[in-house]
Write a protein that binds this ligand. Structure first.
Ligand code: 3HC
Length: 694
């Protein structure tokens, strides 16, 4: 019987099965909510039904509220009312779980009297990733099943957890073999778990069951637990409102009657939902989806199975690990056998470190290592599907490598380069297959950082782009397609950001003031600390090897001064900061050296506010982002924001630089950039023509 477009009710052996079918992730749209409510009412009124099951078709149980409806006028029935009806049902309700049971979907499962789950099912309350808290009883019910400490951890991190480890939550686990005899055929996971739930519900229909809100909260938590989580998250989730509000809601459930605490949860949820932070984070969620889309559909024929990585340095090793972690067989290529052995050793060492930190199991470590082999003979690369070159950053070196690959690899092999700034169109000329040449720009450490810039040259085929985008996604990365241009998108914008930090140093702001202003604004790390970490000399050399983007005596003068005094950053124990026993301290010599250069250029030191630092650095990003849109190197603002969120520690609660510029008013942004252009007369502040339509 159809209850709505997306929900139906079927009676099977005395059990009323409410079945949701709302692809792709069975989100709790208005139609799903009203269908479930109607199903509950009918099942409770029907004397032929003694128990109720809620399950889903497709790959997953409900993955949450429908985020697309958040900007619209809310329509009844609201989710809390549907879940209350489940909790109050006079007949026991069992949730049949499979896939990823998230947000409102998990709250629905928590509101049921029983839960049957397919082995491997994951649950989570990821609302904080959208600037929200669970708004339909998640903060109230989860502590009743898993305890306060675990609930705090799950809700404030938003991370998914496997139900296999949540024994107090799941009443029955199902695996493929379990119901083999019970009924056949059982084609899909969803059917299997539904079937199990029907059997389970039949067997429990006459039991006395307890409504979830009547369960006691295990009281095995420290008295000051909430205060210590507040402090911890003020550091870890700096500037974010939602994790703090989540703690308030969980604390309330330990102190207030259920209904009062539930009402408070709803109030806090609505305040979060209407906040700027949540709008920004919801935008970021869809921007990332958008960045991955819009490319030709790849077919199974361009599936990448085998990979070679050229160069076993830090970057090459990280890339090899990223592939092996996702089950690819990887051939690591070096110029001679000794370097191969060294590279493999480096990788083994990395895995040992991951093992010691508890990030991989012994079996995972050994399996990944068994997938990586080394060679110095290009002849062994004939049948490889994808080569990723991560060799020395020099055009002549790259050209030799690519022409050698061209001579030995099968015609369908895709050649990717991990170059950070070289012209890939030029690299492609060294092959007879420029349509198969592409950039795959990983960020260090390559096995950790999510971002991959997939660089499409003038000649790269759409098919190669989609094969590489798909592969990067299989690595668990966030790939963004960009065009060729010095520094592509991310590093090109980073240069504008760093340039402005350098200008502020010349004007009298100290490294620690700049870094702490940006960190308190939400950046994961300040620009000068980052520069010290990666080595100030790297960009210095690039500025000398290639004509600098701007010919201005002040351009990166502070950084150049550091390098010319042998202060290259952490690796030399001193850069913008001094490092002793791994500890970073301020060094007065830094400002003294910079002051000499400032005086030479006639720049007077002045008192600079944190707000000016924040504005100038972000405006520098926005103007450069718009320049890249103008040149067609970036496709749209969503792509740029995705790059900054996943590669540069830009605060997700601000959406990304381009979103931020729009959210704070694009006219104000343009006015501020115009002002800086007038005041400084610097070419880099010339407002991009694209600013109005970013
Ligand atoms: N609402 C609307 N659409 C959603 C959605 C949601 N909650 N979750 C996913 N989608 C859409 C995606 O936009 C995408 O659409 P597209 O194909 O048109 O681009 C499609 O579903 C598939 O998503 P993915 O590409 O992300 O597929 P994956 O298989 O990689 O991942 C997933 C699936 C793990 C469910 C992932 O999409 C996800 O994490 N979704 C967000 C879940 C979430 O945040 N839920 C909480 C919502 S807030 C809430 O419930 C409030 C409550 O407490 C009141």
């Amino acid at each position: 019987m159809f209850l709505s477009d997306t929900v139906n009710l079927v009676i099977e052996d005395g059990v009323g099965v409410i079945r949701v079918n709302n692809p792709p992730v069975n989100a709790l749209s208005h139609s799903v909510r009203s269908g479930i409510l109607a199903g509950l009412e009918q099942a409770n009124a029907n004397p032929d039904i003694s128990a109720i099951v809620i399950g889903c078709d497709g790959n997953t149980f409900i993955a949450g509220a429908d985020i697309k409806e958040f900007g619209q006028m809310p329509k009844t029935p609201h989710l809390p009312d549907v879940l209350q009806a489940i909790r109050n049902s006079v007949k026991p309700v069992t949730a049949a779980l499979h896939g990823t049971v998230l947000g409102g979907g998990f709250e629905l499962a928590l509101s049921c009297h029983y839960r049957v789950a397919m082995i491997g099912t994951k649950v989570g309350l990821p609302e904080v990733n959208l600037g929200l808290i669970p708004g339909a009883s998640g903060t109230q019910l989860l502590p009743r099943y898993v305890g306060v400490e675990k609930a705090l951890s799950m809700i404030t991190s938003g991370k998914m957890v496997s139900t296999d480890s949540l024994t107090d939550l799941i009443d029955m686990k199902v695996d493929d073999g379990r119901l083999g005899q019970a009924s056949s055929p059982l084609p899909e996971h969803a059917s299997l778990v539904n079937q199990a739930s029907i059997l389970f519900s039949q067997s429990t229909a006459n039991d006395v069951f307890v409504a979830p809100d009547k369960r006691d909260i295990p009281d095995s938590f420290e008295e000051n637990i909430f205060e210590s989580w507040r402090k911890k998250l003020a550091q870890k989730a700096k500037g974010q409102l939602a994790p703090q509000r989540a703690i308030d809601a969980i604390e309330a459930t330990t102190k207030l009657p259920f209904n009062e605490a539930l009402a408070l949860e709803r109030t806090l949820f609505l305040a979060c939902r209407d906040s700027e932070q949540s709008s920004a984070m919801r935008y970021a969620f869809f921007a990332e989806k958008q960045a991955a889309s819009g490319h030709a559909k790849s077919t199974s024929s361009d599936d990448i199975q085998s990979v070679a990585v050229i160069g076993a340095g830090t970057m090459g090793a990280g890339i090899a690990i990223a592939f092996a972690n996702s089950g690819y067989s990887v051939t690591l290529v070096e110029t001679n056998e000794d370097l191969c052995v060294l590279g493999l050793e480096r990788i083994r060492h990395q895995y040992q470190k991951m093992y010691d930190q508890g990030r991989v199991s012994e079996a995972q470590k050994e399996h990944a290592l068994s997938l990586i082999s080394g060679t110095s003979d290009y002849g062994n690369l004939a049948n490889i599907d994808l080569v990723v070159e991560a060799a020395f950053e020099k055009m002549s070196v790259k050209k030799i490598i690519f022409s050698s690959l061209d001579a030995v690899c099968k015609p369908s092999t895709i050649f990717a380069t991990n170059t950070s700034y070289l012209d890939i169109d030029e690299i492609a000329t060294s092959t007879t297959r420029p349509e198969q040449v592409i950039g795959m720009h990983f960020f260090s450490p390559a096995n950790v950082m999510k971002l991959v810039e997939v660089v499409k040259t003038r000649s790269t085929s759409e098919q190669a782009v989609s094969a590489v985008m798909k592969t990067a996604k299989r690595l668990g990365k966030v790939p963004v397609c960009v065009g060729v241009g010095f520094g592509f998108v991310g590093n090109r914008m980073y240069a504008a950001y760093g340039r402005e930090a350098n200008m502020l140093l010349l004007e009298g702001a100290s490294p620690e003031q700049i870094d702490s202003a940006m960190e308190s604004w939400g950046m994961a790390m300040g620009p000068l600390a980052v520069n010290d970490m990666s080595g100030i000399d790297i960009a210095y050399k690039a500025r000398r090897e290639y004509p600098p983007i701007y010919d201005d005596p002040a351009y990166f003068l502070a950084a150049d001064t550091m390098v010319e005094h042998g202060r290259l950053g952490r690796k030399t124990g001193v850069g913008f900061y001094r490092y002793e026993n791994g500890k970073k301290t301020n060094d007065p010599t830094t400002m003294a050296l910079i002051a000499i250069e400032a005086e030479r250029l006639g720049i007077e030191a002045r008192r600079i506010s944190d707000e000016e630092i924040q504005n100038r650095l972000v405006l520098a990003l926005v103007n450069e982002g718009a320049n890249l849109l103008e040149k067609g190197i970036a496709r749209n603002s969503e792509d740029i924001d995705t790059i900054w969120l996943n590669g540069y520690g830009f605060p997700r609660f601000r959406g990304g630089p381009m979103y931020y510029a729009k959210a704070t008013g694009i006219n104000n942004t343009i006015e501020s950039i115009n002002y800086l252009y007038r005041e400084t007369n610097k070419a880099w502040w010339q407002p991009s023509e694209k600013l109005e339509t970013i």
